[in-house]
Design a protein around this ligand. Structure first.
Ligand code: HMG
Ligand code: MG
Length: 295
C-alpha cells in the first residue's frame, strides 16, 4: 500500500545551492527559505556548516542563520560534518543537524577527507554532543546504490554504515543516491534490508531520470519522508556527474495524483523556482516547473 501522508524534506537551499557556480547573496538565500516556508514546507535544510574552502557557496552559513526568519512549526536543519561545524551551529541556536556519511571508501576520502572507518570517529562526538544539547540529528548515507569509482555498492555495506549511524542515536537515516544510478528494484531491496523502514528517508538525484520511479518504490516499501529540491537544482561538488535532486514540484505532482497529502502549494513552489531560475541565470530542470510555468 501507499502512505496517506508524506513529509517532503526540502534540500534546495543546501543541496541545490552548494552546486551552483554563482554565489547567491545571503539575503537572497534568506528570501528563498522564506518563500519555501510560505509554500507550506515544514522542514527546510537551510545550509551547511562545513569548511568554507570545501564549499564556498555556503561559506555564509553563520550569517544566514542570523538573518533567517524562523517560523513556528518549521524546522531548519543544517549539515554538520565535525565538532567545529557543531560549535558553529550551536552558536547560532540550531535545533536540528544532519551528519553525512559515505557508504564507499573512495567517496569518504573525496567528500570528507576520511576513510570509511575514520568517518565515524568524526561523527561520534558530534552526535553525542548534539543530543546532550537537545539537538536532533538526521544522518545521511551517500552513494547507497553505486559510486563512479567503485561501481555498484553492496547492500550489506550500506546497511552496515546506516545501522551504525542509527545506533548512535540519529532519529532518521536518509539513503542518498548521490549520482542517481539507482533503479526501483534496487531501492526496494535496500529498504527491505533495514530493520525499520519508518526511520528511513530517501534522497534521490535525478541524473538518470529514475528519481520518481525510485520514490514510488520507496513509498511502497514503507518510507514516508522524501528529500527533494525546489526546481530540481542541486548536486554534490565532490561527486563526478551528480546532477540535481528530485524536483519538489515533480514529487508534489505525482503525490497529488496519488491522493497523498503534502500540505504544499504547487503554484507557490513553481513561482519560487521560476524566480530562482531567473537569479541563477538558467531554467529550472524540473519538467513540472517547465509545464506549469508556461501555463
Ligand atoms: P579536513 O581538511 O580533514 O579538516 O576536512 P580538518 O579537520 O583537518 O581541519 C582543517 C582546518 O579546517 C582546521 O583549521 C579546522 O578548524 C577547519 P586550522 O586549525 O587548520 O586553522 N575546519 C572548519 N572550519 C569551519 N567549519 C568547519 C570546519 N572543519 C574544519 N566545519 C571536512 C574535513 C569534513 C571539514 C571537509 O572535508 C569538509 O568540509 N567536507 C564537506 C564536503 C561537503 O560539504 N560536501 C557536500 C555535502 S554532502 C552531499 O552533498 C551528499 C548529500 O546530499 C546526500 C547525497 O546526495 O548522497 C548529503
Ligand atoms: Mg544530495
Amino acid at each position: 500500500g501507499l502512505p496517506k501522508q508524506v513529509t517532503v524534506y526540502e534540500v534546495g537551499p543546501r543541496d541545490g545551492l552548494q552546486n551552483e557556480s554563482a554565489i547567491v547573496p545571503v539575503e537572497v538565500k534568506a528570501e528563498f527559505i522564506d518563500r519555501l516556508a510560505d509554500a507550506g514546507h515544514k522542514v527546510i535544510e537551510a545550509t551547511s556548516f562545513v569548511h568554507p574552502k570545501w564549499v564556498p557557496q555556503l561559506a555564509d552559513a553563520d550569517e544566514l542563520l542570523t538573518r533567517l526568519h524562523r517560523r513556528p512549526g518549521v524546522r531548519y536543519p543544517v549539515l554538520v560534518p565535525n565538532e567545529r561545524g557543531l560549535d558553529r551551529a550551536l552558536d547560532r541556536g540550531v535545533a536540528e543537524i544532519a551528519v553525512f556519511a559515505s557508504a564507499t571508501e573512495t567517496f569518504a576520502a573525496k567528500n570528507l577527507n576520511r576513510s570509511l572507518e575514520s568517518q565515524f570517529e568524526m561523527f561520534e562526538p558530534v552526535v553525542a554532543r548534539a543530543l546532550d544539547n537537545g539537538v536532533r540529528v538526521r544522518a545521511y548515507v551517500s552513494m547507497c546504490f553505486g559510486d563512479p569509482w567503485e561501481g555498484p555498492t553492496p547492500i550489506a555495506q550500506v546497511v552496515r554504515v546506516g545501522e551504525r549511524l542509527l545506533g548512535l542515536g540519529c532519529h532518521e537515516l536518509s539513503l542518498g543516491d548521490t549520482t542517481g544510478v539507482g533503479t526501483p528494484g534496487h531501492v526496494t531491496a535496500l529498504i527491505k534490508a533495514f530493520r525499520s523502514p519508518e526511520r528511513l528517508a530517501v534522497h534521490f538525484h535525478d541524473t538518470y531520470g529514475q528519481a520518481l520511479g525510485n520514490t514510488l518504490a520507496a513509498l511502497r516499501a514503507g518510507v514516508t519522508t522524501v528529500d527533494a529540491s525546489t526546481g530540481g537544482i542541486g548536486g554534490c561538488p565532490y561527486a563526478e556527474s551528480a546532477t540535481g535532486n528530485l524536483a519538489t514540484e515533480d514529487l508534489v505532482w505525482m503525490l497529488q495524483g496519488l491522493g497523498i497529502d503534502t500540505g504544499l502549494d504547487l503554484g507557490k513552489l513553481v513561482a519560487t523556482s521560476t524566480w530562482l531560475a531567473g537569479l541563477l541565470g538558467r531554467p529550472s530542470p524540473s519538467r513540472v516547473v517547465q509545464a506549469l510555468a508556461k501555463g
